[in-house]
Design a protein around this ligand. Structure first.
Ligand code: URA
Length: 248
């Protein structure tokens, strides 16, 4: 079935709404729906492909509303070594351990690799998460990258223009060389997509290897001096700025 989207209103299938909200994997979402534990606008719905309008429909699981809780928006400085999934079969630490004191049911906006550190937005607002992660909205994400070997201007230019990955060409990016030390180059890259391991794969495509990757900004919001492993609430102004980046 094709994804339906109006220009400004995200519409998704019910199983995807649950999994995007971080409530369950796609398979677990199917089970919850088939067990009759999910209601849409008060009525039990067992059709996993039922279209949901995130702005209008009220979805609840076990009578707990999914989309109408008090909304919360956090900025977490993810340390390297943590995964962004709720449960990790390999027992690695998860970002949920860092969020243990948050009383609302929250989930990370998109993913960062285990070895990537930096700015991770965390929320319970599925519509906000959709806006931030849907490549159509072109929300800029800036990373600080350390690579080996030292990159030539030509390699950086290839990244700037966009490279071909196995899931298609990347959009052009903004690149700024920061410094070179020994066999390494440090540069900043700003991309407007968020494909799986995108920066690492782009670096590999031009013959390098990423040694360090830190996300320093999303949609104009900077990580600044937040201590690693901690989080804070976004201010109303910061939230407004983020929303504005999705309306450009
Ligand atoms: N690009 C990557 O390669 N990894 C991340 O975690 C984020 C962007």
């Amino acid at each position: 079935m094709k994804k339906q989207t109006t220009e400004k209103r995200p519409i998704k299938t019910l199983d995807r709404v649950l999994s995007k909200a971080g409530l369950a994997s796609r398979t677990e979402a199917l089970r919850l729906i088939q067990q009759g534990r999910v209601r849409v606008n008060g009525t039990i719905v067992r059709d996993v492909e039922r279209w949901i309008d995130l702005e209008r429909d009220r979805v609840s699981v076990d009578d707990r509303p999914l989309l109408r809780q008090k909304r919360i928006y956090l900025l977490l400085y993810k340390p390297p070594g943590y995964v962004t999934t709720r449960v990790d079969p390999q027992g690695r630490p998860t970002v949920y351990e860092l969020l243990a004191e948050v009383r609302q049911w929250v989930f990370p906006v998109g993913r960062l690799d285990q070895d990537t550190s930096g700015l991770l937005l965390v929320t319970n607002d599925a519509q906000f998460a959709e806006r931030m992660t849907n490549p159509d909205y072109k929300v800029p994400k800036t990373y600080l990258v350390k690579v080996v070997p030292r990159f030539s201007d030509d390699q950086l230019e290839q990244l700037r223009q966009g490279v071909v990955l196995k899931d298609g060409p990347t959009r052009p990016s903004i690149i700024q060389r920061l410094r070179d030390t020994g066999n390494h180059t440090f540069f900043e890259i700003t991309i407007t997509e968020g494909r799986n391991r995108q920066v690492r794969r782009m670096v590999e495509a031009v013959g390098g290897k990423t040694l360090k990757l830190v996300r320093v900004a999303v949609g104009g919001l900077q990580i600044e001096r937040l201590p690693i492993g901690t989080y804070r609430e976004l201010t109303a102004e910061e939230l407004q700025v983020l929303w504005r980046t999705t309306k450009a």
